[in-house]
Design a protein around this ligand. Structure first.
Ligand code: GLN
Length: 488
């Protein structure tokens, strides 16, 4: 028995909208009231779109009345501020884009609007998606709804926190090294990094182009599947978006796990820094899958120990190249005292970018410079190929890989701020999937002694998100973790 409309899953809300039991206006109003009540505690939003959201809700109600109620029609959603929204400020969490208003919608936004979804706001993030805690935002720190002294994860921390707190029914984020899955894990929601090439990046502000993917957050596996269904598919405007058919993800949810082989990477459970509570929750989850008929097989990913090191060469290299466009000429901030051209570049970029972004630009520029390119970017790319080969071999022995999403539950705000290396290790289990381009999903699988959510990560073969949804849904159906809500 639902108390408030904002607590509904997308699938539940759709059922009620379609049969006229609720209106999108009432649903959107409930979400906006929830934002007014709890946003001061969570700080997930950079822009709240009250007026346009209510207009979109009314348009959705007219569409429903006309018999056109699609799965996302009238559903209030939040969008990570890395995705361009026409006429709506898109900051990428950076002062350098504080006043940037895109003249176009990202492909994924066009898809959501075509369905009549309601966009309630733009969500906080680590600047240019660089971070694991949302503390690197140029604007504010988002807090974890389960414990507001803790980080929500990152870089899509605003998306995960807003969803967990009931301030939207679903959200989009981006994942370059774990930025959808890790905050999903810390906030107790489902997050998906689709296969590289599954979702168009047209209108996604680029971080590391060989790794970036847009991915959905849902309060259930079914909701994440509905959102991916809406945004997946070929787009000629993104040359890396692969023209393969998009299956019916909701149909994939009806499958069970009998006879499926679940691969457990030997290296991950022995990983240093794995919190015992996380290890225990993941082990219990695998046992649960076994009790549902899955078979456990041990696999090995021998090059996985290099993944973080390789990532912190490849991602900064690509970032240094992508972020060269923010020079004070065409986009965003220009220093108030520009001086000559070189001074204008230097002052604009020094003032506009935060410390972590500057650190990565410096590392990337160094690694790409003449004489170092082969030793760093070239070498990292070779090791990346070995990581790809590891997964190829592993998937000969199993259908899906299961492991922790993050090594620990959410940590305290400020705890890792002066130690970038420890922060980088937050993504030790998520980065490999980006390296290999394979799809991966995080879903709630337990709680720590202090009441913080723990996530189980599932990884699959290229373009087989269906397998992840099938296994995740079977687990979700057999457990209660996804039904708990933070007491805000
Ligand atoms: N935490 C990683 C980084 O800082 C991953 C971020 C992401 O996936 N966008 O780069």
């Amino acid at each position: 028995d639902i108390v408030e409309l904002y607590e509904l899953t997308i699938a539940e809300a759709h059922g009620l909208l379609k049969t006229g039991k609720i209106s999108s206006r009432a649903l959107t109003r409930s979400v906006l009231d929830r934002i007014a009540a709890v946003e001061p505690k969570v700080d997930a939003f950079l822009t709240i779109l009250e007026k346009s959201a209510l207009e979109e809700a009314d348009a959705a109600d007219r569409a429903v009345a006309a018999g056109a109620c699609r799965p996302l029609t009238g559903i209030p959603l939040g969008i990570k501020d890395v995705v361009c929204t026409r006429g709506v400020r898109t900051t990428c969490g950076s002062r350098i884009l504080e006043n940037f208003v895109p003249p176009y919608d990202a492909f994924v936004i066009k898809r959501l609007k075509e369905q009549g979804a309601v966009i309630v706001g733009k969500l906080n993030m680590d600047e240019f998606a660089m971070g694991s805690s949302t503390e690197n935002s140029g604007f504010k720190v988002t807090r974890n709804p389960w414990d507001t002294t803790c980080i929500p994860g990152g870089s899509s921390g605003g998306s995960a926190a807003a969803l967990a707190a009931g301030m939207c029914l679903g959200a989009l984020g981006s994942d370059t090294g774990g930025s959808v899955r890790q905050p999903a894990s810390h906030c107790g929601v489902v997050g998906v990094k689709p296969t590289y090439g599954r979702v168009s990046r047209f209108g996604l502000i680029a971080y590391a182009s060989s790794l970036d993917q847009i991915g959905p957050f849902g309060r259930s596996v079914a909701d994440a599947a509905l959102l991916l269904q809406a945004i997946a598919g070929h787009d000629p405007a993104d040359s890396t978006c692969v023209p393969v058919a998009v299956p019916d993800y909701t149909a994939a949810l009806s499958g069970n796990v009998k006879g499926l082989r679940i691969g457990i990477p030997r290296e991950y459970s022995a990983s240093q820094g794995l919190d015992p509570e996380v290890g225990a929750a993941v082990e219990a989850a695998v046992k649960r899958l076994e009790s549902l008929g899955a078979e456990r097989v041990e696999i090995t990913l021998p090059h996985t120990r290099y993944a973080v090191a390789v990532y912190y060469v490849i991602a900064p290299c690509e970032a240094s190249s992508n972020l060269a466009r923010f020079d004070g000429v065409k986009y965003g901030l220009r220093s108030a005292e520009p001086g000559d051209l070189m001074q204008m570049y230097r002052r604009t970029r020094s003032q506009g970018f935060g410390a972590e972004v500057r650190r990565r630009i410096i590392i990337g520029t160094y690694c790409l410079s003449a004489g170092y390119y082969d030793a760093y970017y070239g070498k990292a790319s070779q090791v990346r190929t070995l990581i790809v080969e590891d997964f190829k071999k592993a998937f000969e022995a199993c259908d899906v890989i299961a492991c922790p999403t993050a090594p620990t539950p959410a940590f305290r705000i400020g705890e890792k701020l002066d130690d970038p290396l420890t922060m980088y290790l937050s993504d030790i289990f998520t980065i490999s999937a980006n390296m290999a381009g394979i799809p991966a999903l995080s879903l709630p699988c337990g709680f720590s002694g202090s009441g913080l959510p723990i996530g189980l990560q599932l990884m699959g073969t290229h373009f087989n998100e269906e397998m992840l949804f099938r296994v995740a849904n079977a687990f979700e159906q057999a457990t209660e973790f996804h039904t708990r809500r933070p007491a805000l």
